[in-house]
Design a protein around this ligand. Structure first.
Ligand code: NAD
Length: 456
């Protein structure tokens, strides 16, 4: 078996040969990636069913369909993204031309998590390939069927010196992180994000960290309550809550709380049936460790919907917890499961202050009709990105950068932002030799007042 060191050095040699630079090469590889996914569509459904019991519908909408759109968007825009960007030159630079060259970093390491094990492995790769990099991908060891399918598919469709998969757990990742990369793109937890950044600092490798946190949904008294409940239920319980941008908890105005909770229960029943544990299309929890961690939260507050679980199938009903306070254990860590704590407020400012003084969330969702308040909320609270009157739809718009801030992450991707995440912006100034303005040189005859006029 090839060592990680050997694998990475093969990839580096391939990059240094200049193979990945041309537009034609990049476009061909992106098309190849799409073909690979199309060809293996049924195996992909099977793998995700095995790893998380995901339904075909959810696999298509949240994994495959998303990747197809991202690939198509990249292919359509690749040529313009790659073009050198002309920029103006100031008067002091008369005669020169300035532009930014888009240079690939080189060898990129992509480390991905288990919750959307296909999408979160390949979405960054689309950016890496578009930008002309070679890629080493380390998928999550917890989604074993998808990880092994990724390794097989990529081995069959790509030159392993250009794009290779290295499977394994902590030991393998640690070994990989000892190698020198030109870019590391990590999606996962805050704790491991810190490990990755520390390792990257050894080689001064730039990192993008896509992390998590507690993303709030705030439902104001003037919100369209029925639609707020519907969209929050969808955002929270898709993938059984194992989504980095799922609304972690809800803060609802006391005046509309009763109506909101009634609508939440209605939509849970409508989306997942009266008995979600018997619903074949209901996603399960990834493993025993996370299942046991989640079960402990069920003793917080009052369970007003759901609360049943099945240890054999690792499923937990979509559960709503009422009478939650900021002090409860469920409010102290990212939930990452199908449990929705509900807090209430009578003064929006107080609720927002509480959110603002916590760690900066990856997302925030505000539900309310007044546009002035909407604006105040999104400007007052720092967060990665979010939606007004919706949950997690913002991440599917390729024109918006997706990423966190503070403990929820660093850097962004999707659409052109993925290309940028793997690109060095190389500044070039092309100077004229036809003339040489003297004022910068010592001993020139230009008066100080003229120099000041030019430069100020
Ligand atoms: P994780 O951090 O445990 O694992 C992510 C990756 O890191 C895996 O490939 C794993 O093998 C590797 N890893 C784990 N421990 C390591 C160690 N000690 N040293 C080196 N590598 C190690 O995360 P997870 O449990 O797979 O995913 C859940 C977390 O990811 C949540 O916090 C969630 O919010 C976050 N997440 C963020 C996004 C985003 O786009 N911002 C998307 C999905 C998940």
């Amino acid at each position: 078996m090839e060592t990680t060191e050997k694998a990475v050095s093969n990839v580096r040699a391939y990059f240094l040969n200049g193979n990945t630079v041309s537009y034609e090469f990049r476009k061909k590889q992106l098309e190849n990636l799409k073909q690979m996914l199309k060809k293996n569509e049924s195996q992909i459904y099977r793998a995700l069913k095995r790893d998380l019991n995901k339904s075909r519908y959810e696999v298509y909408t949240t994994e495959l369909g998303f990747l197809f759109s991202e690939i198509d968007f990249a292919v359509k825009n690749l040529r313009s993204w790659m073009e050198p960007e002309k920029v103006p030159s100031p008067i002091t630079h008369k005669g020169s031309k300035s532009y930014i060259l888009k240079e690939p970093f080189g060898v990129a390491l992509v480390i991905s998590p288990w919750n959307y094990p296909l999408q979160l492995a390949l979405a960054p790769v689309i950016g890496a390939i578009s930008a002309g990099n070679c890629v080493v991908l380390k998928p999550s060891e917890h989604a074993t069927a998808t990880s092994s399918l990724l390794a097989d598919m990529i081995r069959d469709h790509f030159d392993s010196s250009f794009f290779t998969v290295i499977e394994g757990g902590i030991e393998t990742t640690t070994e990989l992180l000892e190698q020198r990369f030109d870019k590391i793109f990590f999606t996962g937890s805050l704790e491991v994000g810190k490990i990755v950044m520390k390792a990257a600092s050894e080689h001064l490798t730039p990192v993008t960290l896509e992390l998590g946190g507690k993303s709030p949904a705030v439902v104001d008294e003037d919100a369209n309550i029925n639609l707020a409940a519907k969209r929050i239920v969808w955002g929270k319980f898709t993938n059984a809550g194992q989504t980095c941008v799922a609304p972690d908890y809800v803060c609802v105005h006391e005046k509309v709380k009763f109506k909101f909770l009634k609508a939440v229960k209605k939509y849970i029943r409508s989306f997942y049936s009266k008995d979600p544990l018997k619903n074949n299309d209901y996603t399960r929890i990834i493993n025993d460790k996370h299942f046991d961690r989640l079960i402990r939260f069920l003793s917080n507050g009052n369970v007003i919907h759901g609360g049943n679980f099945d240890k054999d199938t690792l499923t937990i009903e979509p559960t709503v917890l009422d009478k939650i306070t900021w002090e409860d254990a469920v409010m102290h860590e990212e939930i990452f499961g199908p449990i929705l704590p509900v807090l209430s407020f009578t003064n929006l400012e107080d609720a927002l202050h509480r959110i603002k003084t916590s760690e900066k969330p990856l997302a925030l969702y505000y539900f309310g009709e007044d546009s002035q308040t909407q604006q105040q909320v999104i400007e007052y609270v720092p967060f990665g990105g979010g939606s007004i009157n919706d949950t997690f739809y913002h991440l599917a718009n390729p024109h918006l950068p997706f990423g966190g801030v503070g403990t929820s992450g660093m850097g962004a991707y999707h659409g052109k932002f993925s290309f940028d995440a793997f690109t060095h912006q190389k500044s070039i100034l092309k100077q004229t030799t036809k003339f040489d303005i003297p004022f910068r040189y010592p001993g020139n005859k230009v008066s100080e007042s003229i120099v000041k006029k030019i430069m100020e």
